[in-house]
Design a protein around this ligand. Structure first.
Ligand SMILES: Cc1ncc(C[n+]2csc(CCOP(=O)(O)OP(=O)(O)O)c2C)c(N)n1
Ligand SMILES: [Mg+2]
Length: 365
C-alpha cells in the first residue's frame, strides 16, 4: 500500500507517528504547510485545478469515442503540483516535464483551445498539431514541453538552467519527472553536474508511486527518493503533493535558493494519479481501496473547503466558476473540431535536421 500523505506529514511533525508498514518509507524532512495564503490565491488554485480536471475528464470521453488518437496520460489527482508550483514562480521562470503534461500549461495560462486542437492534430494546436498529448509546448508562457522519453527532459532542464546562469538572469527552471525516471542514468549525470555548477534548477519528482504498473518498491531498495538527491549533497525534501500550500512553500524556498546562486533542490512530491497510466491500463497493480484513500485527500475538495470555511465565495459564485469551467471545456473542443488539419506539404516543416550529420546513410554517399 502506497503511504498516504497524512503519514508523511505525521512523520514530518514528529508527533504521534504510528508504526505502519509504510512508515519506514516516509522521510523525516517532509513539509507541512503552516503559512496562510490569500483569497485570490485560493480562488485561482480552485479555478485552475477544476479546469485541468474537467478538461481531462472530457478528453478521456472523447478518446474512448476515438475522436482523436495517439497516447493520453491524464494528470487527474496530481493538479496541486502544477498550481502550487505556478503560484510560487516569478515572471521568466521556465518549466519542462514528461508526457503527463496537460496540467502545467493550463496552470501557466495556456488557452485550453490550443491544447484541445493539439490533441485533435489540428494546425491551430500549440505544436501545430504535430505533437499531440505528449508534446504540448508554449514558449511564451515558459513551458518547454512535453517529452515522451522517460527522463529525457532531466538533462534538458539542467541545460536550460545553464543557459539562464550563463546569461546572468535570475530565472529558475522547474524540471519535473516521474518516480520511474529517477532510475535513469541521465538523472545521475545531471544531478552531479547541476550541483558542481550550482545551476538554478529545481528537480521535481511527481511521485505517484507507479511507473506504468511498477511500484517504487519493486524498482529499488531505496524507496525514500530524497536520498538520491542527498547522495549528491543536494537539498532534498519530501512534500505533500495533495496540498497546493505545501507545494507552493517548498517551491518558493527552492526558487529562492536557486536565485541566490546556491544551486538546485530536489523535491520528492508525493501524489497520486486517480486514473490509469494511460487510457489502456487494467490497473491490476493496485486496489480500488488504495485509489479511494487518496481521493479522500483530493486537492480540489480541500481548496473548496477552505474557500467555503472563509466564506470567500457564495454558493452562486462557486456555481458560476463551475459553469465558466464547463464552458471553457466545451468551447475548446468545438474550437478543435472546427479547426483545419495541417497541410500534407507541411509535414517536414519544423522538423530538426542537421544535413551534414556524418552518420546518416543517405548523406554518406
Ligand atoms: C526511455 C523510456 N523507457 C521506457 C518508456 C516507456 N514508458 C513510458 S511511461 C513509463 C513509466 C514512467 O513512469 P514515471 O516516470 O513514474 O511517470 P508517470 O507515468 O507515473 O507520470 C515507461 C516505462 C519510455 N517512454 N521511455
Ligand atoms: Mg510515476
Amino acid at each position: 500500500m502506497y503511504p498516504l500523505q497524512t503519514e508523511v506529514m505525521t512523520m514530518a511533525t514528529k508527533t504521534t507517528a504510528k508504526k505502519t508498514t509504510t512508515a519506514k518509507k516516509t522521510p523525516s524532512k517532509a513539509k507541512k504547510s503552516t503559512s496562510k495564503f490569500s483569497k485570490a490565491t485560493y480562488l485561482k488554485w480552485y479555478k485552475d485545478m477544476l479546469l485541468i480536471r474537467r478538461f481531462e475528464e472530457k478528453l478521456s470521453q472523447l478518446y474512448i469515442q476515438q475522436k482523436f488518437g495517439g497516447f493520453l496520460h491524464l494528470y487527474i489527482g496530481q493538479e496541486a503540483i502544477a498550481v502550487g508550483t505556478v503560484s510560487a514562480q516569478q515572471e521568466g521562470d521556465k518549466h519542462i516535464t514528461a508526457y503527463r503534461d496537460h496540467g502545467h500549461p493550463i496552470a501557466l495560462g495556456t488557452d485550453p483551445r490550443v491544447l484541445a486542437a493539439e490533441l485533435y492534430g489540428k494546425v491551430t494546436g500549440c505544436s501545430k498539431g504535430k505533437g499531440g498529448s505528449m508534446h504540448f509546448f508554449d514558449v511564451e508562457k515558459g513551458f518547454f514541453g512535453g517529452h515522451g522519453i522517460v527522463g529525457a527532459q532531466i538533462p534538458m532542464g539542467a541545460g536550460m538552467a545553464f543557459a539562464e546562469q550563463y546569461k546572468g538572469t535570475k530565472n529558475v527552471v522547474v524540471t519535473s519527472f516521474g518516480d520511474g525516471a529517477v532510475r535513469q542514468g541521465a538523472l545521475h549525470e545531471t544531478f552531479n553536474m547541476a550541483m558542481t555548477w550550482k545551476l538554478p534548477v529545481i528537480f521535481v519528482i511527481e511521485n505517484n508511486n507507479y511507473a506504468m504498473g511498477t511500484s517504487v518498491e519493486r524498482t529499488t531498495n531505496v524507496t525514500d527518493l530524497t536520498k538520491v538527491g542527498l547522495s549528491y549533497e543536494m537539498p532534498s525534501f519530501a512534500v505533500d503533493g495533495m496540498s497546493p500550500e505545501s507545494v507552493h512553500e517548498a517551491m518558493e524556498e527552492a526558487m529562492d535558493r536557486a536565485r541566490r546562486g546556491d544551486g538546485p533542490t530536489l523535491l520528492d512530491i508525493r501524489t497520486y494519479r486517480y486514473k490509469g497510466h494511460s487510457m489502456s491500463d487494467p490497473q491490476k497493480y493496485r486496489t480500488k481501496e488504495e485509489v479511494a484513500e487518496w481521493q479522500e485527500k483530493d486537492p480540489i475538495e480541500h481548496v473548496l473547503r477552505v474557500i467555503k470555511k472563509n466564506k470567500w465565495m457564495t454558493a452562486k459564485e462557486i456555481e458560476d466558476v463551475n459553469n465558466w469551467v464547463k464552458n471553457e471545456v466545451k468551447e475548446s473542443i468545438e474550437f478543435a473540431e472546427k479547426s483545419e488539419l495541417p497541410k500534407p506539404e507541411e509535414i517536414y516543416d519544423d522538423v530538426y535536421q542537421e544535413p551534414n550529420y556524418p552518420y546518416i546513410k543517405e548523406y554518406l554517399a
